[in-house]
Design a protein around this ligand. Structure first.
Ligand code: LFR
Length: 485
């Protein structure tokens, strides 16, 4: 049976990976080729991504694949987190490091923009969850501060588009990543031009939008020379990591919800049309673009960021492993402390554990006394937030939901998987862990003609990865108050 090799570059907020996908018939095998840390860089009190060192790591990944593994992939594709972008000048040069979305310069941008465009109008025209870091607010903040670079910017490119550009020389804007900007007409490859103009953002910075699953160019000669690869196609996949992850949900029907569990917990369903209504506005749901004409109706929940940040702070004294943190949580009393994980104070605090303790104290719960209590508080609060989000989805759509797929790096957390099953009273199926890379690889296979549809992609995923099932336990004291928070 002929084998097809594709190389996925999957960049997350805390790590990046080059993952090789080998497709033989309807079975996909993944091999991790290269993994590296990613971190926001703090410069002069602001946060940036070092896109040049990220590009260097991606090229290294390709070189390792070709030279050390001896495998020439048929194509490459990049996916990353949403919303952030680079600015290109008239010569196509990247003007500066892109800001990272947790930078505080957008702290007041939403309220400022609401003065020009009422909140309702903004939501109803874009169908995107209002979050201060969406590209619209980032660009608006630059307009407000009269950012001098804006005057010489000719085009903006979102992170995956920018990396595809560095690989291929082709500057294209892919639909799923563009949909995170809060600047598109819901569900369409169309900029919301009037709204963008009202925010003072020059519309000609935004390129034409293409659908995922297309070849956008070939590797540039200098990349070929540096990596030893042949000049293979660069593919626009679901450039938004969550779009790629959801493409690989191993479902054979539509009756499911998903949680893409990583730095963020992204909870949602897949729909064929955006759901943009007074109700979805009130509940602040997003309609991001998916692959193959789907829409991702979902909510961003603060997720493992809370744990990652506690770990980072505690590492000054002792660096916990992830399993150690899960073990510790199980020594603490359940549901003694509960936070709203999405309180804005948790977006980028100097000290996450102290911020959590202060929240609990302010809310009359007393002070968590130990690391175990803080970690338990985070997991319990996430599970409760998942239940609340599920209830909200059921208010928005009558699509039946009879199970939850937990995908992404966080799906290895059996403890949280069980808490989620209990809180939501639905079976939880965990896997695949490398959901994003899998979706990225399978959309490359689609672009190169090896699979024909999303249904076929998901068949391959089911055929290739073992899932772990978590059955909900009967509601009791263990899973907290019946109403959620
Ligand atoms: C997850 C993610 C979310 C997006 C957030 C910020 O990695 O892409 O979908 O809202 O990062 O971009």
């Amino acid at each position: 049976m002929p084998k097809h090799h594709y190389l996925a570059f999957d960049l997350g907020a805390s790590s990046g990976r080059a993952i090789l996908g080998t497709l033989a018939g309807s079975k996909l095998q993944l091999t991790e080729i290269h993994r590296f840390a990613n971190q926001m860089q703090r410069v002069n009190g602001h946060y940036f991504w070092n896109i040049f060192s990220l590009f260097q790591e991606l090229k290294k990944g390709l070189a390792i694949c070709v030279k050390d593994f001896g495998i020439q992939p048929e194509s490459v594709a990049v996916d990353t987190w949403g919303v952030d972008f680079v600015q290109l000048d008239a010569n196509g040069m990247i003007l500066s490091l892109p800001y990272a979305y947790r930078d505080s310069r957008t702290d007041t941008a939403m309220d400022e923009l609401f003065k020009l465009i009422p909140r309702e109008e903004l939501y109803l025209q874009t169908g995107i969850q209002l979050m201060q870091f969406n590209s619209l607010f980032q660009l608006f903040a630059m307009v407000k501060e009269q950012n001098p670079l804006l005057a010489v910017t000719r085009q903006i490119l979102f992170m995956p588009d920018a990396l595809n550009y560095l690989f291929s020389g082709a500057a294209r804007t892919e639909f799923t990543i563009a949909s995170t900007s809060q600047m598109l007409v819901p569900g369409a490859c169309k900029w919301q031009k009037e709204l963008i103009a009202k925010a003072g953002i020059p519309i000609d910075l935004l390129g034409e939008i293409i659908r995922p699953g297309q070849v956008i160019g070939q590797l540039q000669a200098d990349v070929v020379a540096e990596t030893g690869s042949r000049p293979i196609p660069v593919v626009a996949v679901g450039g938004h990591d969550t779009a790629s992850a959801i493409a690989s949900v191993p479902a054979d029907d539509k009756n499911f919800a998903y949680i893409s569990s990583g730095t963020w917990s992204i909870f949602g369903i897949e729909v064929s049309q955006p759901i943009v209504s007074e109700k979805s506005m009130e509940l602040n749901f997003t309609n991001e673009g998916g692959v193959e004409g789907t829409t991702r109706l979902l909510k961003n929940i603060m997720g493992m960021w809370l744990i990652q940040e506690c770990r980072r702070i505690w590492a000054r004294e002792y660096e916990y492993s992830w399993p150690e943190m899960v073990d510790l949580a199980q020594t603490a009393e359940p549901f003694k402390f509960v936070i709203d994980p999405d309180d804005s104070r948790f977006l980028n605090p100097e000290n996450m554990p102290e911020t959590i303790v202060a929240y609990c104290q302010e809310n009359g719960q007393g002070r968590p006394q130990s690391h175990a209590e803080i970690i338990r508080c985070i997991y319990d609060s996430l599970a409760l937030k998942y239940r609340k989000t599920l209830d909200e989805i059921r208010q928005l759509s009558d699509q039946q939901i009879d199970r939850i797929y937990m995908i992404g790096g966080g799906c290895n957390n059996d403890f949280l998987n069980q808490l989620t099953a209990d809180a939501c009273q639905l079976p939880v199926y965990a896997g695949p862990t490398e959901a994003t890379a899998t979706g990225n690889i399978m959309m490359q296979a689609k672009a190169l003609g090896q699979v024909a549809s999303l249904t076929e992609i998901r068949q391959v995923v089911r055929n290739s990865f073992q899932l772990k099932e978590f059955t909900p336990r009967k509601p009791d004291a263990n899973i907290g108050p019946a109403s959620g928070r």
